[in-house]
Structure formats: C-alpha cells, structure tokens
Design a protein around this ligand. Structure first.
Ligand code: MEV
Length: 313
C-alpha cells in the first residue's frame, strides 16, 4: 500500500527574520507543490529518492552523523518505524525551486510527515505540523516554525512564535510575481548572519523589530480595507528593514529596483542572500512585468495565494 501527500510552497509577505525573535509575520502558500510517496518494504532499510539525490541507510543511525539535505526524511521515517520490523521507500517529487526562499524544505517536511505517518493510521494537521517542525530542526535548529505552519494549513495567515497562526479570513486575491536570483542560499547561515547583526547592533535591531511589528499591524488593517497600493508601499518599507539587516546583495538590489518601478511593491521573501523576491501587482500589469524580467534573463512566474495546505491521498 502506498501513502501520498503534497504540501505547498510559501511566500513570506512580511516579517521574515524578525519572526525568529517573536515579531508577527504575514505569510501565504502558493500553488507550487512537493509530493511525497511512501511505501513499506520488508527489508529494514530507509530508502529516500529525489531529484537532488538518494539516501539509503539502516534505521537507528544518529541524526548528527548524517550529512545530507534529505536528513529530515530519514528522521521522520526512523521515528515512524521504531520497534517495527519493516523499512520504508520514500519518493520525493517537487515543483518548488530549492534554496530559493519558497519553503522547499518546509514543504518537504510537511508532506514527508503526512505521507509517512499516514501509513500507520489517520493523522491530524496539528500532529503533521509538530512532526514537520521536529524534522526541520534537524537541518535548521532555530526555525521560527512559520514556514511549516503555512505549508500545513495553506492560505494567508499571521504567525508569531508564541500565539502560532491565525488565518486572514478576508482571503485577499493578491496577484504576485516571483523572481528567482538563482543564487542558492542557506536559511541557517542567513539566520546566523542576522543574529550576528543583532548581537553587534542591539539597539538598532530592537528599533527595527518595533518598526516591523508596527508595519505588520498596519498591513493587517490595509488587507481588511483592500488597499493594495498602500500594501505595496509597506512591502517597499519592509524591504528597507531587510536591507538594514544586511540580507540583500547587489543582484537582489538590482532585481528589487526593477520590481519596485513596475509594481505596487517588491521585496525579498525568505532568508535572503539569494533566493527570490516577490512583487505585488495586478492583472493589467502582469504580462509587462513578466516580460521585463524575462527580457533581462530572470526566471520568474506569476502566482496567487493557494488556499489548500497539506493534502493526503
Ligand atoms: C525563512 O523562510 C524565514 C526566516 O524568518 C526563518 C524562520 O522564520 O524560521 C528567515
């Protein structure tokens, strides 16, 4: 018997990095997904296969000894077959660009937790999220949990580390454009970089975190009032705070400049240092924007908020 699950990519609209320190963020899921298929095997081994490589290991290995981006899947599989005389075969199929700030590893953890544990009985979204965050911590210890949360529940939400998530019920119909710098980044190292900034600039960081917090509250009001143009201005403002944290670079700044000229607003999404930016736009301007980035040889696509979180089938 096979168990399958899929989970969406995500965009952090406001509040990345600050969310690690307790500030509220606004995130949404988008319609690119990872699908994980799992099957029990009689041989007591964990076999993981994906486009980025293979991992075949005996169960019960120490997680610290495993040097592979597929480690979260091993963690989940090992936990699921503890004290059982079986192995697992796991196949990963993803449409989400890797290391691009679109939540590829969180979506993998969520779809992996759902597909693996569904083999052994029904599993709630709460439990999927708990397992996914445990798995994500094997590669990124300081995760705020925001990415796995939106990949599990889908839609658009506010999130903070203490209160968890609250869906934004107005369900705005944002038209987004994602542009990929194709510079891969590591979330862990970008989060460490921001931590260093915080340690060296305590007062400035605290001021920025307060400004970000205020900005997020203002955006929540603007979303209710459907004031897209003003939300765009807040996106540009948030980009300035991220630049102050030092997570932009020449390439991203160049992309942001093009984006901010032709849309309501543009900013980095995710941990920065590479990865993607997003633009808020509308239908009438969409084709021009895509053409402009494509003509400059950027990989880009248009997307909307996707209201489906993790799915099992
Ligand atoms: C990464 O997608 C978002 C960060 O805020 C880290 C986190 O929230 O765990 C940079």
């Amino acid at each position: 018997m096979k168990s399958k699950a899929s989970a969406p990519a995500k965009v952090i609209l406001f509040g990345e990095h600050f969310v690690v320190y307790g500030v509220k963020a606004i995130l949404c899921s988008i319609n690119k997904r990872v699908t994980v298929t799992v099957e029990k095997t009689s041989e007591r081994k964990i076999f993981i296969n994906s486009k980025i490589g293979k991992l075949v290991l005996e169960p019960d290995k120490s997680i610290a000894e495993i040097d592979s981006p597929l480690k979260p899947f091993y963690y989940l599989a090992n936990k699921a077959i503890k004290n059982k005389d079986i192995g697992l075969h796991i196949e990963i199929d993803s449409e989400i660009p890797l290391g691009a700030g679109l939540g590829s590893s969180s979506a993998c953890c969520v779809a992996g937790a759902a597909a693996i544990f569904k083999l052994f009985g029904e599993i709630s979204k709460e439990k999927i999220l708990e397992l996914a965050i445990e798995a994500e911590k094997t590669i990124f210890e300081n995760t705020s949990g925001a990415d796995c949360t939106v990949c599990t529940y889908g839609g658009i939400m506010e999130y903070d580390k203490i209160n968890g998530f609250k869906k934004i019920e107005d369900e705005p119909n944002f038209q987004l454009v994602i542009v990929n710098s194709n510079i891969q980044h590591s979330t862990q190292s970008m989060v460490s970089k921001v931590q260093q900034f915080k340690n060296e600039n305590k007062e400035e960081f605290s001021k920025l975190a307060n400004l970000e917090s205020k900005l997020v509250e203002e955006v929540l009001k603007l979303v209710k009032e459907k004031k897209t143009k003003e939300i765009g201005e807040k996106i540009n403002q948030n980009q300035k705070y991220l630049e102050t944290l030092g997570i932009s670079n020449n390439e991203l700044t160049k992309m942001i400049k093009i984006g901010q000229k032709s849309s309501f607003g543009a900013k980095i999404t995710g941990s920065g240092g590479g990865g993607c930016i997003f633009l808020l736009t509308n239908e009438s301007n969409l084709q021009n924007i895509l053409k402009e980035f494509k003509d400059s040889n950027y990989e880009c696509f248009s997307t909307k908020i996707d209201f489906q979180g993790v799915n099992t089938f």
